[in-house]
Ligand binder design. Structure first.
Ligand code: ZN
Length: 499
């Protein structure tokens, strides 16, 4: 076939798979937000059928032959070639696995999820342990099929953050350990700010009225974005002009929904601002887990937890909650929302202690795959690390080893990107602050200027370039963990008067 004929087939294939993807995405969002649970069985069966169809489309030998020819064809647009290469690489990862083993793993991860949920509810790690062991063995086997020289765990790390190696993460977490653990210990001893005013009755109806104003400030425009409610906030999308986020309101804490919204809208804005030419293509997606998380955390922490952000928004919040926030100054509010203290649950951790939660998961994952740590007694290993690094100990495994869902489905190597994203964000923020007066923009209701900077330097590229290359393009230098650690040291030393 000629290159032209191949390209036509490729475009038709892209359209077909994006149609299935869109359907699956909308059904997934619907299920997690508003779909009545009695319809689950009917819906799940049809969703599984559609997923199977998409799998067949993606592994169709005819299209694989087309991809193979096109990826090295002369005279094709480099954007298109990049997309083809990414699809081709993805297909190879999947095709090396015997189909029956792929299906068996899907089935195992469903059973393992159920066991994890039961174990968490009964606060009993021994219910989950045999499944965790089986999932790890299965993943070792599946990843073993890949044609790769990388150690097994590194293959997993590479799936979430291409190019990041064990040695890179070792260096990253060693620096986190060396510089943050002493600071965390000092702050644990320091006088904590008063924050009881945050934990009283904040009627949800009124929180929603404030949220409308906040969403407008964040430029989350209803013409392309929609916010719903769920137990665990997330962001999903079908194309750059249809992005959905969710949040969760707590009647006794208004800032939970606020910061989760700023975070999720950060993810959504990344997708929205990608070059529309990449719509429906793999290029339209964020380049890596770490890069996606860098955008949401930049919005949540580096913009959303600043004095300038709240100089504009705090009077609005006070307007909605005059009695709850009576006599609470902006300064007192800022100290409360930036409070740091060692805790057990990752998703509720503050900005300073958060990377230590990830460090613990990284050390355990690495040990599970190099054989130095076993699933038996892993709850004890977990508790020992929390005691050593954060000085806290879980009363039961539901707030210890069983708190996160990731391992039940075989997601190993994902956690480290959460910490990496925060560190990328520090470097982006430094560059943004160099280019214009960010605080002035935030104070004067010009959040759009910050989003415009992110669009120009990061968002529009989608995954056209590797994460490390985007970092260099945007900041003029390669990744440097010290920017992140300097930022945290400076911020928390100031907040706690340690300087
Ligand atoms: Zn996120």
């Amino acid at each position: 076939m000629t290159t032209e004929e191949n390209l036509k087939k490729y475009q038709e294939w892209l359209f077909r798979r994006s149609a299935y993807q869109m359907a699956l995405s909308i059904i997934g969002i619907d299920k997690l937000t508003v779909a009545p649970p009695a319809g689950n069985a009917y819906r799940d069966a049809r969703t599984a059928y559609l997923s199977g169809e998409l799998f067949s489309i993606d592994t169709d030998p005819e299209i694989l032959a087309v991809l193979k020819e096109l990826k090295d064809a002369p005279d094709i647009d480099e954007d298109i070639r990049k997309g083809i290469q990414l699809y081709y690489e993805e297909a190879q990862k999947r095709l090396c696995i015997p189909k029956e083993e792929y299906v068996a793993f899907e089935e195992l991860s469903n059973r393992s999820y159920d066991a994890w949920l039961e174990a968490k509810q009964k606060k009993d790690y021994s219910i989950f342990e045999p499944y965790l062991k089986e999932v790890i063995e299965a993943q070792k086997k599946l990843y073993g099929y890949r044609d790769s020289d990388l150690p097994l765990y590194e293959r997993m790390l590479d799936d979430y953050e291409p190019g990041m190696r064990i040695a890179d993460y070792d260096a990253f977490f060693a620096a986190v350990k060396e510089r943050l653990l002493p600071l965390i210990a000092r702050i644990a001893e320091a006088k904590q700010p008063e924050d009881s005013f945050l934990y009283q009755n904040y009627p949800i109806d009124e929180q929603k009225k404030f949220m409308d104003e906040l969403l407008a400030y964040l430029r989350f425009d209803p013409s392309w974005g929609y916010q719903n409610e769920t137990e665990h906030p997330f962001t999903s999308w079908t194309c750059e002009n249809d992005c959905r986020t969710t949040t969760k309101y707590l009647a006794d804490n208004p800032v939970s929904a606020i910061f989760s919204t700023v975070h999720e809208v950060g993810h959504a804005t990344y997708e929205h601002q990608c070059d529309p030419r990449y719509d429906g293509m793999v290029l339209s997606e964020g380049i890596s887990s770490g890069m996606h998380e860098s955008q949401s955390r930049l919005c949540e922490n580096y913009l959303g937890r600043t004095d300038a952000f709240w100089a504009y928004n705090y009077p609005l919040l006070q307007k909605h909650f005059p009695s709850q926030l009576a006599g609470v100054s902006l300064e007192a509010f800022m100290k409360a929302v930036n409070k740091s203290s060692p805790s057990l649950v990752r998703t509720e951790a503050d900005e300073l202690t958060y990377p230590v939660h990830i460090l613990i998961r990284y050390e355990i994952e690495k040990g599970l795959f190099d054989g130095s740590i076993s699933t038996e007694g892993l709850d004890g290993v977990w508790n020992a690390k929390y005691r050593e690094y954060l000085g806290v100990e879980a009363k039961d495994p539901s707030e210890g080893i069983l708190q996160d869902v990731h391992w039940s489905g075989g997601s190993f190597g994902y956690f480290p990107t959460y910490a990496l994203g925060s560190a990328f964000a520090a470097q982006f923020m430094e560059a943004m602050r160099h280019d214009f007066d960010v605080d002035r923009a935030l104070r004067t209701n010009r959040y759009d200027l910050c989003m415009g900077w992110l669009k120009e330097h990061i968002h529009r590229y989608g995954c056209r370039y590797p994460a490390q290359e985007i970092l260099i393009k945007a900041t003029g230098r390669s990744f440097d963990v010290n920017v992140y650690l300097d930022y945290l040291e400076d911020k928390y030393s100031r907040l706690y008067g340690l300087k």
